[in-house]
Write a protein that binds this ligand. Structure first.
Ligand SMILES: [Ca+2]
Ligand SMILES: [Ca+2]
Length: 335
């Protein structure tokens, strides 16, 4: 469900602003979790993760993420809600420096910025150091919109645009409540070249596009009954099936069963065969990012695995061509 706020006078040319348009509350029930049982996660890198060669170029297309280890803060010296700017820098009008986001798990920012040279960049960091980031698509008039996942509790969202004079940073503090940070959160973003990417989390021993897979058919609104039977608190959930460009799509799981989970990405529809994508793993409080340069339609990218309870994330850039086994999604025996 999308909420639209009355003050979302988003595109008034003379009053540029980084405004909040809506949030998605259908995914809000980050229910009781066994997060206290989580042990410290570790991260390992699959050697094949380097096989794509220039993973950073793909990351740049989707927002400046490194291939692993979280997102870089584009404005580490600007940390107070408000703005950091300079003479001649891009500018916008700030409607608010604080947002109370209730139980939302994603938030859409929309508005316009003046005198920016091209797209902006956003970055979000939770109070405990988890990160996310991406591109802010910004057209020639300065109009922009982007959606970011939210963490549980307090976090800072930085919007950054640049021009020849320097960098303009808008910092917004967002607070969510009535939530429990999931043990496993996986997020997918892509860009305008990808026409409907799809995020999947497959449980230990399971197969893509079955009841053992949390995805658009099984997991939006309510998830399949994983873990303890008839206990919804340990079921996975996907917040939204974004069927256009950019995403994000997010999957949450609290109280995971022991075993190895697999994260996969399908390219649906007829997007560009050179479409890049980025998957962010926030597992047990640690952030791991992996990007891919090119995912063609009807290909499936194995973005990585998550071992629980160790929390070990192993990233991958392995691609499977599923064109011969495609029927409303890949029917191959993946992962
Ligand atoms: Ca999708
Ligand atoms: Ca259950």
């Amino acid at each position: 469900m999308q909420r639209t706020f009355a003050f979302a006078l988003a595109v008034i040319a003379t009053a540029p602003a980084c405004l909040i348009v809506s949030d998605d509350e259908q995914n809000a029930n980050e229910t009781e979790s066994a997060s206290g049982d989580a042990t410290s996660p570790t991260t390992t890198d699959d050697p094949s993760a380097d096989a794509s060669g220039d993973s950073s170029s793909g990351a740049d297309e989707t927002g400046g993420a490194p291939s692993d280890g979280g997102f870089d803060d584009p404005a580490p010296d600007c940390n107070t809600p408000g703005e950091c700017t300079c003479e001649g820098c891009p500018s916008s009008e700030i409607p608010t420096a604080d947002i109370l986001a209730g139980d939302a798990t994603v938030w859409t920012f929309s508005g316009s910025v003046m005198d920016a040279a091209g797209d902006g960049e956003f970055y979000i960091e939770s109070a405990d150091g988890q990160t996310f980031g991406g591109t802010i698509p910004t057209d020639e008039s300065g109009a922009f919109t982007f959606t970011t996942p939210l963490f549980c509790g307090e976090q800072l969202v930085k919007c950054v645009w640049s021009n020849d004079a320097g960098e303009y940073v808008l910092v917004t503090r967002v607070i969510t409540e009535d939530c429990v940070e999931p043990d496993i959160r996986v997020s997918l973003t892509w860009d305008e070249r990808g026409d409907d990417f799809e995020l999947h989390l497959v449980r230990p021993g399971g197969q893509i596009n079955t009841e053992d897979d949390c995805t658009w058919t099984t997991c939006v609104g309510s998830g399949p009954d994983w873990g303890v039977q008839d206990d919804p608190s340990d079921d996975p959930r996907k917040d939204v099936d974004n069927t256009g460009a950019y995403g994000p799509e997010n999957i949450f799981l609290a109280g995971p069963e022991e075993g190895t989970y697999t994260v996969l990405v399908e390219h649906w529809s007829s997007g560009d065969p050179e479409a890049p994508g980025t998957v962010t793993f926030n597992v047990g409080g640690e952030t791991t990012v992996v990007s891919i340069d090119a995912l063609a339609p009807q290909e499936v990218w194995t973005a990585g695995t998550i071992e629980w309870p160790s929390g070990t994330v192993t990233t991958s850039t392995e691609i499977y061509d599923c064109a011969d086994e495609w029927s409303s999604g890949c029917t191959a025996a993946l992962p």
